[in-house]
Design a protein around this ligand. Sequence first.
Ligand SMILES: *Cc1c(COP(=O)(O)O)cnc(C)c1O
Length: 426
Amino acid sequence: MKKKSPDLSYKFPKKGKQAIKVYNKICSELNMDGNVHLDLGSFSTTRMNPYADKLIIEQLGKNFIDYGEYGQTKKIHDRIIALLSGLLNVPNRKSINGTATLGSSEAIHLALLSHKWYWKKRRQSLSLNTAKPNIVYSSNAHVCWDTFALYFDVEPRKILVSSLNTYPLEEILKNIDENTICVGAVAGNTYTGSIDLIEELNNKIVEINSKNNWDIGIHVDAAISGFILPFLKLKESKWDFRLSLVRSINLSGHKFGLVYPGIGWLIFRDGFFLSKELIFSSHYLEKPIETYTLNYSKGASMILAQYFSILQHGISGYKKIIKKCCKTAEIIRKRLKQSDYFEIVDEGILPVVVFKLKTADAVDLDEFQLHLKAKNWMLPVYDIPGNLDPNRFMRIVIKENFNPAMASQLCDDLISVYQKLNNYRL
Ligand SMILES: *Cc1c(COP(=O)(O)O)cnc(C)c1O
C-alpha cells in the first residue's frame, strides 16, 4: 500500500507566500464553516453597524493594557464601568469598581476570586480556619462555575436541579455553611433562559448571615440578561444591586450587549469587595499601572465597540431591539405550539426559545438536527445537567439580525422536517 503523504498544513511553513494568496487560501478553507448568522444556538453577536466595524479595524493594533499611552481608551473603559454600574443600580456611586474582560467566564472567575479573598480575610481577622472554602450553585449554571472551583481550589457544592426552570433554593440554603465564599445565581440560564429566584435567595441569606454571624454574598451571572433585564423592567422581582447581598455581577458584552465576541464586564457593588491584594501594580510600560485581570494584554477594539453600541442605541435603542427580539421569539413559540409537535419549556421572558419534541420516541433529535443542518440552520441539541427526564432540548436564540421572515422560514422548516422524519417511521 502506498504510504500516505504527511499533511504539511500542520508544519510551520518553510517559506512565506504573497498576502493575496494567503488570504484566498484561508478564505476558501473557511467557506466550509457554517454561516454565523444562522447559528441559532449561539448567544454571541454576529453583526454590528459598518461604522462600528470601521472603528474596530482602526483600533485593532491598540493594546488596552498600555494605559499610560492610551489614556483616553482607559477613560472610555472607566466610563463604561460607571454607566453599567448605574444600569445595575449600584447603591454607592462614589465607590464604583469593575473591569472589562474577555467574556463572562473571565469575569466570573475574577469575581469569585474576590469573594474568596473577602471570606478568607474575614475568617483570618476572627482567627478562624480558612482551609476549606466552598461555593454553592445549581447544577445548570454555566461550566465556568465548575472551572473556577477546580482552578482556584474551592469545593463546588453543585445542587442538582430536578425540574426545569426551578432554582433549587431550599437545597442551596441547606448547603451553605461558615466556609461558603459565595452563592451563585443565574439571571438568564444558558440552557433554559430561566431567571433564578434571586430576591428570595437574597432575603434568606440575609437571615442566615445574621443568625450565624456570617457574611456570605451573592454573585449574579447575568451573562445573557445583563443587557436585557434593565431594558425590560420586569416588575415582579429584583435581581441586581438593589438586593443587599448582590456583591458582583457579570455581563457578556458580546451577547445582548451587541458587540462581537471578545468582551465581558464585571461590576462590583462597591470597591470594598475587591481585595487590594488582588490588584497588581506593574512597571513594564511607561507608567505603573494597576490591573485586576487573568491575562495581561488585550485588544482595545471590543471595549471601544461596546462604547459604540451604547452610544449608538442608548436606552431607547436597546429597549426597541430587545422588544423586537422578544416579539419574534413569541411568534416562534406560538407557531411551534400550534403545530403540536413541540413543547416549549422556556419561561417566555427572554428572547430564547427552548423546546423539546412532544413525543420523544417518534423522532430522534440528533437526526432532526442533521436534517435542519441540511437546510443551513444550526441548532444545538443538549442535555441539561441535573435529574431531568426526559432531558434533551434544542434552543433558538433570537438576535437582532434574526427577522420575522427568517423566523417564519425556520418554523416552516422545523415543522416540515419533523413531519418528514415522523412519516418515515410510520
Ligand atoms: C455564555 C455564558 C457564560 C460564559 O460567558 P462567556 O462570555 O462565553 O465567557 C457564563 N454564564 C452564562 C449564564 C452564560 O450564558
